[in-house]
Ligand binder design. Structure first.
Ligand code: BV8
Length: 239
């Protein structure tokens, strides 16, 4: 009897020791949070360089702050979906041998129960000082410590990723047996390089996405569908 691609992935997880998961905006789509590059995504309506770059912020800080507050309100009004919950369950099953690296800044993984989350692009619920890099959870516009201007604590285009966080994600990619790449267009570097790092180190790469991406030709297993549907099915098929 031939095994379905989904059952083959479930078997892969059953027989693997170290699991790494990389998520993108697609994991939050079924919660009602817009992705970036889908036809109805944020970049179809807003300019990434005006709203997700330092130049854009310096040119019009109020416009950028308003956009992030608009996104914060949406994120605070939604709930994690079954895909987030399934990923949190995988962490409980694999314990310290499980690593979740996310490009998402919405913290829906944490709200679904994920404990150790490597946020390679930051956290939308905090602000960071442009001067002293101090992080605050309130909505102060000026840093009380150094009077620098506060901006969302996310990684913008042209900005380095948090070094220790990305180093941990790279280490997990180098040492895992399987990497699940879920809900990402795999177009934004250097996070998009993590699946290639894992593959070069000998891991099996699984892509879970309703669409093809630039990564699709390079993976070992493709599960075409949405994460809130597919991930619970994988857990159901695991022994
Ligand atoms: C940097 C702000 C060093 C946070 C974002 C080569 C090497 C290094 C850098 C570069 C390089 N080439 C170009 C660069 C520069 C740039 C880059 O990669 N540009 C791209 C566009 C070509 N990278 C950077 O600038 C990075 N910094 O490299 O620093 C440096 C320093 C100085 C000068 C040069 C380099 C910083 C990147 C972070 C940018 N920040 N946003 C925020 O506001 O949220 S971008 C944005 O893209 C988000 O961060 C997001 O996390 C990220 C990735 O997007 P995805 O999560 O994949 O979402 P997307 O919409 O694209 O795709 C969704 C997918 O889900 C789709 O495939 C869809 O089919 C699927 N889907 C939809 N529904 C579902 C689903 N899947 C499952 N279930 C569903 N229901």
């Amino acid at each position: 009897m031939s095994t379905s691609p989904l059952h083959a992935v479930a078997h892969l997880l059953d027989t693997s020791a170290r699991i790494c998961v990389l998520t993108g905006a697609g994991v939050s789509a079924e919660s009602g949070v817009a992705t970036f590059r889908d036809p109805d995504g944020l970049w179809a309506r807003f300019s990434p360089y005006e709203l997700a770059s330092m130049d854009g912020f310096l040119a019009n800080p109020d416009r950028v702050r308003d956009w992030y507050n608009y996104r914060r309100a949406i994120i605070n009004s939604v709930e994690p979906n079954a895909g987030h919950v399934a990923i949190a369950k995988l962490e409980k099953m694999f314990g310290a041998s499980f690593t979740l690296a996310t490009q998402n800044v919405d913290r829906l993984h944490q709200r679904a129960g994920s404990i150790r989350v490597l946020e390679v692009h930051g956290n939308i619920h905090e602000n960071r000082c442009n001067g002293c890099h101090g992080v605050r959870s309130d909505d102060e516009l000026t840093c009380p410590s150094c009077s620098g201007s506060m901006r969302p604590n996310v990684v913008w285009f042209g900005e380095d990723l948090p070094e220790d966080v990305f180093a941990a994600a790279e280490e997990a990619a180098r040492t895992c047996d399987v990497m699940l790449v879920i809900g990402t267009s795999a177009d934004v570097w250097p996070a998009a390089g993590l699946p290639y790092t894992a593959k070069m180190a000998g891991a099996q790469i699984v892509e879970i996405n309703p669409n093809q991406t630039s990564l699709t030709p390079h993976v070992h297993h493709v599960l075409s569908g949405t994460s809130a549907v597919i991930l619970p099915q994988i857990l159901e098929a695991m022994t």
